[in-house]
Design a binder for this molecule. Structure first.
Ligand code: ADP
Length: 166
């Protein structure tokens, strides 16, 4: 049996915390798809979905062919069915993630009981790593090189390179 999982999120942009979860997921599942949610209605993203997927692909390049990147719109459980995945992976950091993640897992189970949600925790080194914070720090000229893959660091520098804190 091929155990395929979807690791879904906004990944705006992908961080080393996300990549840590991907590595752990590859230890449990045969195949992992990192899936970027396209959400044009409420998208205040820094990078568009295609840019995010391209950065993820580059960041995953040394992790082998059991992992891939994709983008989807609509319901995650429907996407999971379409790609024949039976698992959704989500990462948990602090307790603050829990309530929202629990709600989503319950809703997804209600919508499609064939797909099971699995929670994983990253290394404590990435406990405080969040895309939002990474973007904020980078926009103020801070160094985030330890928190993101090189492709993301370059992209952030390109976006914010000229800007210096006031
Ligand atoms: P965020 O913008 O909060 O970083 P995403 O929607 O891109 O979140 O994240 C996708 C999934 O990865 C979510 O389940 C999120 O909780 C999880 N995640 C994000 N960063 C980390 C991290 N540093 N460690 C563990 N899980 C994480």
């Amino acid at each position: 049996m091929n155990r395929k999982a979807v690791y879904a999120g906004s990944f705006d942009p992908i961080t080393n915390g996300h990549l840590d979860i991907v590595r752990r997921a590859l230890g449990v599942f045969d195949e992992v798809i990192v899936a970027v949610l396209r959400n044009p209605a409420k998208d205040t993203a820094l990078f568009d979905a295609d840019e995010r997927v391209a950065m993820i692909r580059e960041a995953l390049a040394d992790l082998g062919d059991r992992v891939s990147a994709d983008a989807f719109s609509g319901l995650l459980v429907e996407y999971a069915d379409r790609v024949q995945a039976t698992a959704i992976i989500r990462g948990l950091r602090a307790v603050s993630d829990f309530e929202y993640e629990f709600q989503m897992a319950m809703m997804n189970r209600h919508l499609n009981a064939r797909v099971e949600t699995y929670f994983m925790t990253a290394s404590e080194a990435y406990f405080y790593t969040a895309s939002k914070l990474v973007k904020e720090v980078a926009s103020l000229g801070g160094n985030v090189s330890a928190l993101v893959p090189p492709v993301v660091q370059r992209a952030l520098l390109q976006r914010f390179g000229g800007k210096q804190p006031a």
